[in-house]
Design a binder for this molecule. Sequence first.
Ligand code: 9MJ
Length: 675
Amino acid sequence: MNRARDAAQRIESLREEINYHNRQYYVFDDPKISDAAYDRLLRELTQLESAYPQLVTPDSPTQRVGDKPLEGFDEVVHRLPMLSLDNAFDEAEMGEFERRIRDRLKLDGDEAIRYLAEPKLDGLAVNLRYEQGKLVQAATRGDGSRGEDVTSNVRTIKAIPLSLQGDDWPGILEVRGEVFMPHAGFEALNRRARKTGEKGFVNPRNAAAGSLRQLDPRLTAKRPLSFYAYGLGEVVPAPIAEQQSASIRRLQQWGLPISPLHDVVTGVDGCIDYFQRIVQQRDELAYDIDGVVFKVDELELQQQLGFVSRAPRWAIAYKFPAQEETTQVEAIEFQVGRTGAITPVARLAPVFVGGVTVSNATLHNMDEVMRKDVRPGDRVIVRRAGDVIPEVVSVVAEKRQAGARRVSLPTACPVCGSDIIKPEGEAVARCSGGLYCPAQRKQALKHFASRKAMDIEGLGDKLVDQLVEQELVDTPADLFDLTLAQLSALERMAEKSAQNLLQALEKSRSTTLERFLFALGIREVGEATAQSLANQFTSLDAIEEADEESLQETPDVGPIVAAHIHTFFRQPHNREVIGQLLAAGIHWPAVEREPVEDRPLSGKTVVITGTLSMPRDEIKQILQGLGAKVTGSVSKKTDYLLAGDAAGSKLAKAEKLDIAILDEAALQDLLRQNQ
Ligand code: 9MJ
């Protein structure tokens, strides 16, 4: 008897603890324990509940694993319609939105309107019904009046509380929000799908929709879905607050996650300012958003404004330019990169996507062309997100014309005719022509001249193309033999520009060892590796002569990279070009660094995120000066995350992995201590 009582107590406290950690993770974005420790708690609870099945309750955290499969979804009639949002696509349309509101409310000139602002998630809208604090029903939006009952599936989403926190919630509370799939989960899901030969999902939105409309909740339980609340349906007794902002904050107190990026802004200027801020952060967010939503904050004013057809007059979605569009593939061609990698590229009927006109999209490699089965003439979905290269997402299969033929990998390089080699098990095919291939030569020269390499200002892509095509330049060393007469004779090259270029070449002669190493374009030797090599060996001679074993003593240089470096320096041609470059006067100061171990961040890997007071490149140099290796993404190997303002997914990941977070003040302290 006593034992049962102890079990009941322990079960209760485990549930509280698990729910607390769920809230810390999903609602406050501030996890307090590791995934492993969380799993241990859940396991203990599961074991106790199976020993005492009479103590299982529907809102226990163990009850999220998924019920039995359904035959189909029941229909749910929404007690209050689920509205959609009007859109604005530019500042003028935002201005009109505010004008309409002011006119309708008969506001005079100086009364400012306050708006709740939040990112617009690209997921699936749901209505969650809590009765007496317990989740009793979850429904999709459907047509706004009727949706589908997806309660069993929604119960598996850990971000959604099965019972509300506290005791001051209304007896009936309908919460509206968006179910979405964060990028990391989406990528993992697609990786798994590919491994088992399944198709995977086109984008996180489709993955979220597919997961929620899955008839077997046990499968939904395995899908990494999340949720943010942004509104209310039926509430009895109402109201719970006077402002939209206060309502969602109350939802947060009751354990529902809301967007941490929400804010209250004033007037259309405040809206535009907020929009710009979110645009800046967009690429760093852990999930897709397709715009920003503004809602008149005073609920009293919302009442007065009401709604037209299916959209409230008091809200608007200021949308980003579409990131996905459909267009036609006119041809599939093969490009040759710096290291000879052959990349299939889709030539497209021009289409406006992600804010620019796109007429080429990468297909990455032949495996990808086969997997997506893209053929000339197909209609395809093209995606351009942020600064990323546009890519073909998928083919619109229904629109394929009869007779559309697959392309195959050419056997000879389209530029130089050398054999194309695709090693067994590798996705990438390469032209075997090396620097004999003009395409590789051009790319090698472009890389050599680029900002982070030799930084030869004015030596752009078009100019390199001309120089190679007119056979004025074969190797990087030839650049330094160019004369004013040769340059001035080129197309679109005034004498002044020619002089400027010669000056830029002159300036670039004085460089650093790490830039020079990076500029050589050795496979797999990026900026960070070049820096490590320079630190480790301090002279070019030492690197040239190093065997693979000693190369591998360099931080982050493994056997593959070591082999690439070693092979590079064994090629007589490469040694010759290096000799010519040095003869042309390229030089750098002696690398005299303190022994690696002595600097404050020696051996430490640092990732930078968020907005800082200096350009990233400068901060990177400072960190490297302190001995750190600076990398792009957070992993278990990261020692510190330097987080500026509005840090997003990297910060969340670092916190999850228990990685030490530095702010800019901490960096300044380190610098002061080491002056
Ligand atoms: C999204 N999708 O993030 C609304 N939404 O409000 C936000 N959608 C909405 N609000 C009223 N943040 C209807 C839809």
